[in-house]
Design a protein around this ligand. Structure first.
Ligand code: HEM
Length: 536
């Protein structure tokens, strides 16, 4: 029987209708919509002859199959996602004009993608690796993407280092072996770039393998700016705290888990109706406080290897979101989703953090390569604004929303509409620029304060034992003792106790500290003499 087609009622098909169509309401066709009585009807000459070029059905099938793969994400390739709803619980309207924070109870649909970082798209979920935590807030004023991680800090503060660091976790160019068999490159990089130490402490500790995506927090890591109706702004750090609490897996247990452990856990929980949720809060800081933080505590608000002390900058709750719907189609709704830190809405602005500034360029550049120039037109990436959108971006591959017959220039004959400017741009972009660190990665004693706090105050004795076992286990495949000696010196700046336990576990005597080390690409601000100060 031929079911009616509500999706095709107009001239064009509707995605939403196709997405929800049950199998009894669809009919088998070729890609141009011609019904086929059976999918295995290859046309050939006689019973044993060659095939016919006219068999569009077979060529349609095979040629599409040949093109099924798109490039996977260069990082964060293995992921899971779902859809849900954000609800504002405590308006932030004194600090920010963003529409979604304007009123208590205001709701906004969201899509979330979680991921590991280093592995390929088929890699195991329980890898020791940071986790990505991206949220697309589909606000009435455009899409706002929060492209966050499950750790509040990052490995670097100079964006030029990112490809280098990531390459240490990719396959060796010659042997094609991954890091599982050889950790030399990984520790080589870390031992030359000690600003990574805070993130390394987190990665090698219990938080390094979360027990599924429901049980982890998310952090912007970067400083953003919130702008209010008068154009006044504050710096802000966004936190997403799991209402399920946090749970972690030990190194030993990780080997026993399914490669798709996190995917299974998230998907099945949502299918069971156990909708995971997170509470969204901000820490905020004025420009003056940022200058003081640098002068008194040597913490630069634009340096994402550091966190903002919570006592000085307490969290302020603004809302909560839950995930309540699985994707109907993983590829269409999760693989092709494109998160971009530059997607900000009125009221939210980037800070001058150099890593954030670089990311503003890198993500849409990756999307044009990975998905194509019109990736924003795909249903999963498109906006649900309260107004119809218009611009002068036309044509290109797959332009299926090409803005109709509207003139493709700033026409005075058929003018489009513009919103009145609401805030004073000079005020918003007036910036705290004092004390910029010229060499972004210079190592300072303050870099070790937070890691020391983790070792001395946060980790209990069992967590310390697991940490030492995780690091020494990982280092067991590092081929160069010199690298281990340097990394132990970095750990000694965190805590002599940590370093000597690691020396026992690895059997390697590390260097005393970093005063007499020269780093490859990183200035040593703690050097004992000029000989070691400037990078190799
Ligand atoms: C994904 C670049 C730092 C979080 C990506 C992608 C690129 C990239 C090219 C793939 C995008 C795609 O194909 O859709 C960079 C660069 C960085 C950087 C150049 C620094 C200079 C960071 C930091 C965070 C982060 C600091 C978190 C605070 C993520 C997440 C994804 C991602 C969560 C996956 C997004 C998704 O689920 O689709 N990054 N990244 N990245 N990055 Fe970064």
């Amino acid at each position: 029987s031929e079911p009616p087609n509500p999706a095709g009622a107009g001239i064009f098909r509707s995605y939403e209708d196709d997405r929800n169509a049950p199998s009894e309401e669809v009919l088998y066709t070729t890609s141009n919509g011609v019904p086929m009585p059976h999918p295995y009807e290859t046309q050939r000459v006689g019973t044993n002859g060659p095939l016919l070029l006219q068999d569009f059905h077979l060529i349609d099938l095979l040629s599409h199959f040949d093109r099924e793969r798109i490039p996977e994400r260069v990082v964060h390739a293995k992921g899971s996602g779902a859809h849900g709803t954000f609800k504002c619980t405590k308006p932030l309207d004194d600090l920010c004009i963003a529409d979604i924070f304007s009123k208590e109870g205001k709701e906004c649909p969201i899509s979330v993608r979680f991921s590991t970082v280093g592995g390929e798209s088929g890699s195991p979920d329980c890898a020791r690796d940071p986790r990505g935590f991206s949220v697309k807030f589909r606000t009435e004023e455009g899409n706002w993407d929060m492209v966050a991680n499950n750790t509040p800090v990052f490995f670097l503060r100079d964006p030029a280092k990112f490809p280098h660091f990531i390459h240490t976790q990719k396959r060796d160019p010659a042997t094609h072996l991954g890091g599982g068999d050889d950790s030399t490159q990984f520790w080589d990089y870390l031992s030359q770039n000690p600003e990574s130490i805070h993130q390394v402490m987190i990665l090698m500790g219990d938080r390094g393998i979360p027990d599924g995506y429901r049980f982890m927090h998310g952090y912007a890591g970067h400083t953003l700016k919130l702008v209010n109706k008068d154009g006044d702004w504050v710096y802000a750090q966004m936190h997403m705290k799991s209402n399920q609490g946090t749970k972690f897996i030990t190194q030993e247990d990780s080997a026993t888990k399914s490669p798709d452990h996190s995917q299974k856990d998230l998907f099945q929980a949502i299918e069971r109706g156990e909708f995971p949720s997170w509470t969204v809060s901000f820490q905020t800081m004025t420009a003056k406080e940022a200058e003081e933080l640098w002068e008194k505590q040597k913490i630069n608000a634009f340096d994402l290897t550091h966190v903002w002390p919570h006592k000085q900058f307490p969290l302020r709750e603004v809302g909560r979101f839950e995930l309540n719907e699985n994707a109907k189609n993983y590829f269409a709704e999760i693989e092709q989703i494109a998160f971009n830190p530059a997607h900000m809405v009125p009221g939210i602005e980037p800070s001058a953090d150099p890593v954030l500034q670089s990311r503003l360029f890198s993500y849409p550049d990756a999307h044009r390569h990975r998905v194509g120039v019109n990736y924003q037109q795909l249903p999963v990436n498109s906006t649900r604004t309260k107004y119809r959108v218009a611009n002068f971006q036309r044509d290109g591959n797959m332009a299926f929303y090409n803005q109709g017959s509207r003139p493709n220039y700033l026409s005075s004959i058929e003018p489009i509409q513009f919103r009145k400017r609401t805030v004073d741009l000079d005020k918003v972009h007036g910036e705290f620029t004092a004390n910029a660190v010229t060499f972004l990665s210079e190592i300072r004693p303050e870099d070790f304060n937070a890691p020391r706090n983790l070792w001395e105050k946060v980790f209990d004795e069992d967590a310390k034992k697991r940490f030492i076992s995780n690091v020494s286990g990982h280092m067991s495949t590092c081929r160069k003792e010199e690298i281990i000696k340097r990394q132990i010196a970095i750990f000694r700046e965190v805590s002599p106790d940590l370093a000597s336990r690691l020396e026992k576990a690895t059997g390697v005597q590390g260097y005393d500290g970093i005063a007499n080390l020269r780093f490859n690409g990183t200035h040593n601000g703690m050097a004992s003499s000029d000989k070691y100060k400037v990078a190799n």
